[in-house]
Design a binder for this molecule. Structure first.
Ligand code: FES
Length: 241
């Protein structure tokens, strides 16, 4: 089969503006988009830049926009696109470092702000800790997040408001707050009770739509909002008593 790969190119150090470059590509084998990009780089233009690591939809490094869809290049097979023209673009709303490589710093900084790890000082397990199945079900989908950045990049709020933590960080916080082992105090996680936190979300569910791992970050944000309101009410009544 013959394909045309139309790939976004931009090197801020030498290009005046971004452009698309076309590469003819031929293969009779079943290959992923990532494998095709590697062939193009190895055989046609060694300056083509893109990220990858695991090649099996685990690390999240190869997230990009493929024929208009946010996805992982390593899990999309070329033939599944049913098109001989394949347009590859970097994740939008993030600064381009080179070609398909974007600066993920805003994404990692937002994640860092929610302290994405377990607080479990007084529940340190000495012989392991068993989470009940019912509790596990509540957080399971959020554990599947591989931090590829698709949701952050597709989020219209993150693109216009740099204060907004974004879907991945907020969904991660929800996953931790709902974890029965986590003992973070209300004062810690209620810091997202702001416009830059849970109330910034426009609830248009773009993050749910683009997630390649079927995580639904917007559902986590909604749940976090409800939890914040309930906790606030509980605290008011507790205070009155
Ligand atoms: Fe790791 Fe694609 S290379 S997710």
């Amino acid at each position: 089969m013959e394909y045309i790969f139309k790939i976004f190119r931009y090197d801020p150090k030498k290009d005046g503006h971004p452009y698309f470059q076309e590469f003819p590509y031929q293969t009779d084998e079943s290959k992923s988009i990532l494998e095709a990009l590697m062939d193009v780089r190895n055989e046609q233009d060694c300056t083509l830049a893109f990220r990858y690591s695991c090649r099996e939809a685990i690390c999240g490094s190869c997230a990009m926009v493929i024929n208009g869809q946010f996805d992982l290049a390593c899990r999309i097979m070329i033939e599944s696109l049913k098109s001989s023209l394949i347009i590859i673009e970097p994740l939008p709303n993030l600064e381009i470092q080179k070609d398909l490589v974007v600066d993920m710093d805003p994404f990692w900084e937002a994640l860092h702000k929610v302290q994405p790890y377990l607080f479990c000082e007084d529940k340190v397990p000495t012989k392991g800790y068993r989470i009940e199945e019912k509790e596990m079900e509540k957080i399971f989908q959020y554990i599947n997040c591989i931090m590829c950045g698709c949701c952050y990049s597709a989020c219209p709020v993150a693109s216009r408001d740099e204060r907004y933590l974004g879907p991945a960080a907020l969904a991660k916080l929800f996953r931790l707050v709902k974890d029965p082992r986590d003992t973070r105090p209300f004062s810690n996680w209620s810091r997202v009770n702001t416009e830059g936190g849970v109330w910034g979300c426009d609830t248009i569910f773009k993050c749910n739509e683009v997630c390649p791992k079927d995580v639904r970050p917007a559902d986590g944000i909604e749940a976090l909002r409800r939890k914040l309101v309930i906790e606030k009410i509980k605290r008011i009544f507790k205070f009155r008593k």
